[in-house]
Ligand binder design. Structure first.
Ligand SMILES: [Zn+2]
Length: 410
C-alpha cells in the first residue's frame, strides 16, 4: 500500500467515524427532545435577583460577576430615581448584561409588586422610565378598644408596623400613655389603602386618628398633605396644626428622597466596599439646606471629598455635617437656629451629581442619622393652616361616607 492510498483510507475512516458519532449525537438529541416536545430551553438572558431581608441593590448586584466600580456606579445612579428607603425585601431586580458580560445594559426593578422601574445604560448615565399597574383605592375606618397597649391593639387590627409607629408618634404628643391610658379606652383610625389583587399594599395613608379615654379625654389628629409627595410636612397634626415634636430636630431639606443610606456600600469611585458615613439626599442644584437644630457653625469651607461643607456643633454635644454644597449661607463662628439656611445643594468634592450628604457625629463617631427623630414642623404656618383647615373638612366628609354608605348613595 502506497502512502496516497493510506491517507485516503484514513480519511474515509475518519469520515465514517465522525458520521456515526454525529448521528449518534443527533439521535440522542432527538431522544431527549421527544421527552419534552417544543420546550427546547432557550436560556433567559435576564438574571433575576430578589432583595433579601437587610439587602440592598448593591448587595444583590454583587452576586453577579461584575467590576465593583460598575456595581457602585449603577447603585449610585439608581438612587437618583428610587428612594432607597422604599426598597423592601422581596422586591425583584432583573438585569441584562452587555455582550462582553462586564457591564449592565438594562435593568428592571419590580417593587411591591405594582411598580416597575426600567433602566437602560446610555454611556455614563441611566435612562429611566416608570410603569405602574393600576391599583384600587379603598378607604377604611378601624375602630378599636384598648386591652393592653395601643401598640398591641393597632397590630392586632392588621396595621403594618410603619403605620402603627406613625399613629403612635402622632398621639404621643397629645396623650401621656404611661400615665393616662386605661383598658377600655377607644380609638379610631381612618386610612386610605391601595388594593392590588384583592390585598392591601404596605404603607397605607393615615388620614385621621382619634383617641378617647376616661383619663386622657378626646383627641384627634388629621393628615396634612402638600402637593409634593416627599414634603417633610406631610403627616399627622392636631386640630390646631401642631405636630408632635419632642426631639427638636428638623430635616436638612424641605423634601426628602434618600438616594443612599448609611452603612456599607460599593464605592462608585474605587469599586470597593466602604462605610458610607451619612445619608445622601437627592435634590436639585440650589435647593436650600437647613440647620436641623440650633448650634454654632464650627466650619464652612472646602474639604476634599466632601467639597463645600458646613459643620454645626449643637448644645447636646452632637455635630451635624452638610456636604457637597454649591454655596455657603453661613460663616465659621456664626450661631444658627433650627431651619436657618446654611447653604445650597451642589455636587462639589467627590460626587457624581447634585445631592446633600448629611452626617451626624455623636460619641466620637458618625452614627446613622435615620435613627434621629426628625420632624417637618412643630406648627403649620398661616398659609399651611388655611390648606389644613380645608383638608380636615374633606377628611371628615370622606369618613362620614365610609361610615354611612347608604347616605352617600342617595
Ligand atoms: Zn454621602
Amino acid at each position: 500500500m502506497n502512502l496516497g492510498k493510506h491517507i485516503l483510507l484514513t480519511f474515509i475512516m475518519l469520515m465514517l467515524i465522525s458520521f456515526s458519532l454525529s448521528s449518534l449525537f443527533h439521535l440522542q438529541g432527538k431522544e431527549s427532545g421527544s421527552k419534552n416536545e417544543a420546550l427546547e430551553p432557550i436560556p433567559d438572558p435576564w438574571i433575576t435577583q430578589i432583595i433579601p431581608p437587610g439587602g440592598s441593590i448593591s448587595s444583590v448586584l454583587s452576586n453577579l460577576d461584575l467590576p465593583g466600580t460598575e456595581i457602585g456606579m449603577i447603585s449610585w445612579r439608581i438612587g437618583d430615581f428610587i428612594d432607597v428607603t422604599t426598597i423592601q425585601p422581596g422586591d425583584t431586580l432583573r438585569v441584562l448584561l452587555n455582550d462582553t458580560g462586564d457591564k449592565i445594559s438594562k435593568m428592571m426593578f419590580v417593587q411591591e409588586p405594582t411598580v416597575r422601574h426600567h433602566f437602560e445604560a446610555r454611556g455614563d448615565s441611566l435612562a429611566y422610565s416608570k410603569e405602574a399597574l393600576p391599583v384600587q383605592l379603598r378607604e377604611r375606618v378601624i375602630d378599636g378598644t384598648l386591652e393592653t397597649t395601643l401598640d398591641a391593639a393597632l397590630l392586632s387590627l392588621g396595621l403594618s408596623p410603619a403605620d402603627k409607629q406613625n399613629i403612635n408618634n402622632g398621639l404621643e404628643g397629645e396623650i401621656s400613655f404611661q400615665r393616662d391610658a386605661r383598658k377600655g379606652d377607644k380609638f379610631r383610625v381612618f386610612i386610605e389603602e391601595r388594593i392590588f389583587e384583592g390585598k392591601p399594599l404596605p404603607r397605607a395613608k393615615i388620614l385621621y386618628v382619634n383617641y378617647e379615654g376616661v383619663r386622657s379625654g378626646f383627641h384627634e389628629l388629621f393628615r396634612y398633605q402638600q402637593d409634593d409627595e416627599n414634603s417633610v410636612l406631610n403627616g399627622l397634626y392636631n386640630k390646631d396644626g401642631k405636630s408632635n415634636n419632642t426631639s427638636g430636630v428638623g430635616y436638612p431639606l424641605g423634601s426628602i428622597h434618600v438616594s443612599s443610606s448609611f452603612g456599607t456600600r460599593l464605592d462608585p469611585f474605587t469599586g470597593r466596599w466602604a462605610n458610607h458615613q451619612g445619608v445622601d439626599y437627592r435634590a436639585r442644584y440650589g435647593t436650600p439646606v437647613y440647620a436641623v437644630a440650633a448650634g454654632t457653625v464650627i466650619s464652612a469651607h472646602y474639604n476634599g471629598g466632601y467639597g463645600n461643607e458646613v459643620r454645626i456643633k449643637h448644645p447636646s454635644g452632637m455635630m451635624t455635617l452638610y456636604a457637597h454644597l454649591q454655596s455657603f449661607g453661613v460663616r465659621t463662628g456664626q450661631t444658627v437656629k433650627r431651619g436657618h439656611i446654611i447653604g445650597r445643594v451642589g455636587s462639589t468634592g467627590r460626587s457624581t451629581g447634585a445631592h446633600l450628604h448629611f452626617g451626624l457625629y455623636s460619641g466620637g463617631r458618625f452614627i446613622n442619622p435615620s435613627n434621629l427623630r426628625m420632624v417637618g414642623a412643630e406648627k403649620l404656618n398661616e398659609k399651611q393652616m388655611a390648606e389644613f383647615k380645608q383638608q380636615k373638612e374633606v377628611i371628615r366628609a370622606q369618613m362620614q361616607n365610609v361610615l354611612n354608605p347608604q347616605v352617600a348613595k342617595l
